[in-house]
Each structure stands twice: as C-alpha cells, then as structure tokens.
Design a protein around this ligand. Structure first.
Ligand SMILES: Cc1cc2nc3c(=O)[nH]c(=O)nc-3n(C[C@H](O)[C@H](O)[C@H](O)COP(=O)(O)OP(=O)(O)OC[C@H]3O[C@@H](n4cnc5c(N)ncnc54)[C@H](O)[C@@H]3O)c2cc1C
Length: 294
C-alpha cells in the first residue's frame, strides 16, 4: 500500500469507524509532566484501554480534544512522533480553564481523549525526495514538531531540511535543549530568532520572516510548512511569494476556535471550510482565495 493510501486509511478509520462514539472520550493517564517554559508544559499521555491505544493512529498536524473531567474540553495538537505507539505528547500553554486545570494535574491523573482529528495533515510522504522548510512561531512549534521528528527518523528520504523558529525571547523557546542538540547535526539547518534577546543570545534578532530570504532551495523541489500566531501568516506568505515558492507546496496549520472537532458545531469555519474536519492543515493553494483564512 502506498503511504498516501495508508494516510487516507488512518483518517477514514478515525472519522468513520465508530460514529456512535464521536463525543465519548477515551480514558487516558498522564504518565509524565515536564515544564518547558513558565507557561507551557509537556504532558505524556497514555490511553488506558489497550485496544483503543492500538487503534490510535495519528498523522503529523492532527490534534486531539482533551477533557479535564468536570472542567471542560479543548483541542491540542500532537507534537510527538506518530511512530511512538505507547503514548503521545501534548504541549499545553496555560491560558484558561481547561489548560489551567491541566497544568495543576499530576502524574497518574486521568483525562479524556477524543480523536485524533483533522483531515488535513502535513503530507510527509509527498515531501520525500524534496527539501523541507519548517517555519514556526512561538507555540506553533508544537504541531510542526511531529513532522520534524518524523522526517528526522527517515532523514535519508528527504533532501535539505531547514527549521526557522521565532520566539519572543530566549526563555520562550519550546524544546530548547532538543533544538540546540539538533544544531550540532549537519543534515539540518536551524535558524533561530527572538524579538527580545538576552546578553547570551548569539542567533538572529527580529521576526522569523526576516530569515526567509536566506533560503536557497529551488521552489520546484521544496515544501514549506508554517505554524504560528495568526499575525505571522500574512507576512510569511508575502516572503514565500517573493521567493516564488509554489502555493500547492506550502502547508499552513490554521487553528480556529473549535468545539466539537468533528464538523458538527460549525464554530471553526473558514469560508466554506471547517478547520476541524477539512484542516487544521491546509495548502496555501486551497485557501488563498478564502478571505477569512489569513
Ligand atoms: C486545532 C487546534 C490545535 C491547538 N493546539 C494547541 C496546542 O498544541 N497547545 C496549546 O496550548 N493550545 C493549542 N490550541 C489552543 C487551545 O485549544 C486553546 O488555547 C484553548 O482555548 C485552551 O482552552 P482553555 O479552556 O484553557 O482556555 P479558555 O478558558 O477557553 O480560553 C482562554 C482564553 O483564550 C481565548 N481563546 C480560546 N480559544 C481560542 C482560539 N481558538 N483562538 C483565539 N483565542 C482563543 C479565550 O477567549 C480566552 O481569552 C489549539 C487549538 C486548535 C483549534
């Protein structure tokens, strides 16, 4: 079976196999919690039921709906590699009721998980044999990390690999140690930038769009992935157009206020599309004429 067909089968089975249970969360256990910054924590989640765990197959760019029982539910992207079948990771910023309650939880506590959701994903199989550029801003590193880890696991299948990652300040860099370790490899080019450097900062200063003109990859053999705060997209797209990168090879994760995750409630519409079931990853080609997208 081709990788494209495999991906479609995963998406199909996640969405269609058991329609009766789309609102019923699976019970899962928090196995480990690691603080990443002062506002983000990494949660290692294991689905309790073995059969449900085995059937939980996700693709880079997909997300889950997480329930803190008695508090509520919120969508979170999966930043870990799909190859890890035992548990998956979530990187959660403490911003409100569900994320705040989750930040107060401990190892061994139970949560609910629905998903994985999203039809749009980062098409890692199409990217094989091409250069890949990942552009992330702030918390946008979480969804694209799954793709980055997947590519690094099969590095020989791809040509050049560049990560451009911009944050407000050095303290806000997610997965900082992991990224600094990657900087020692010669098969990935890591370009970091911050708005507010400290005295030890030796990388670029300014927004991540400033680093796009440095890209040397040929458009016809280059895929670009973008995820970050809404304000970033418009300026990144201007720079990518300037470099003549092809809109059908540019993929953006568009997060919208989301409720059901399964295309029923209509909260996350972008023009005639729903971010939860048509995205959250869209090609620039798909959305370039949708006024509300960027
Ligand atoms: C597909 C998808 C993937 C996501 N992945 C992650 C992730 O990996 N890590 C992470 O930390 N967060 C992620 N988010 C965002 C997360 O779902 C929201 O921050 C969510 O509101 C947290 O729930 P809460 O109950 O803690 O916050 P709430 O109490 O609901 O809200 C807190 C504050 O955020 C505002 N807010 C809530 N949702 C949104 C939104 N979608 N857009 C703009 N403002 C909003 C509220 O108005 C309020 O001011 C993702 C969202 C989507 C749609």
């Amino acid at each position: 079976m081709t990788t494209d067909l495999k991906a479609n089968k995963i998406i199909e089975s996640n969405h269609l196999s058991d329609k009766s249970s789309i609102y019923v969360p699976m019970v899962a256990t928090i196995k480990e919690i690691i603080p990443l910054t002062t506002t983000e924590k990494q949660f290692y989640i294991q689905i309790d039921n073995l059969k449900e765990r085995e059937n939980f197959n996700f693709l880079p760019g997909q997300f889950v709906e997480l329930t803190v029982f008695g508090v509520g539910e919120a969508p979170f992207s999966i930043p870990s590699s799909p190859s890890n079948k035992e548990f998956f990771e979530l990187c959660v910023r403490n911003v409100g009721s569900v994320s705040g309650a989750l930040h107060n939880m401990s190892t061994g506590d139970k949560v609910g998980i629905r998903g994985p959701f999203g039809k749009g994903y980062f098409p890692f199989e199409k990217m094989q044999g091409n250069n890949v550029v990942i552009i992330a801003g702030g918390l946008g590193m979480a969804p694209v990390r799954s793709l980055l880890l997947k590519i690094l696991e099969e590095r020989e299948k791809y040509k050049g690999l560049t990560l451009i990652y911009g944050c407000v300040d050095p303290q806000n860099i997610l997965y900082k140690n992991e990224i600094l370790k990657l900087k020692n490899r010669d098969d990935i080019d890591i370009k970091l930038t911050v708005d507010r450097p400290d005295d030890n900062w030796k990388e670029a200063v300014g927004v991540c769009t400033n680093l796009i003109p440095e890209l040397k990859y040929e458009p016809k053999e280059t895929y670009i992935v973008v995820c970050g705060p809404p304000v970033m997209y418009k300026f990144v797209i201007i720079e990518l157009n300037e470099k003549k990168y092809h809109p059908e090879k540019v993929f953006l994760s568009l997060e919208r206020r989301m409720e059901c995750g399964v295309g029923k409630c209509n909260h996350c519409h972008i023009g005639n599309k729903l971010s939860c079931v048509d995205g959250p990853v869209f090609s620039l080609w798909e959305i370039m004429n949708l006024k509300e997208a960027i």
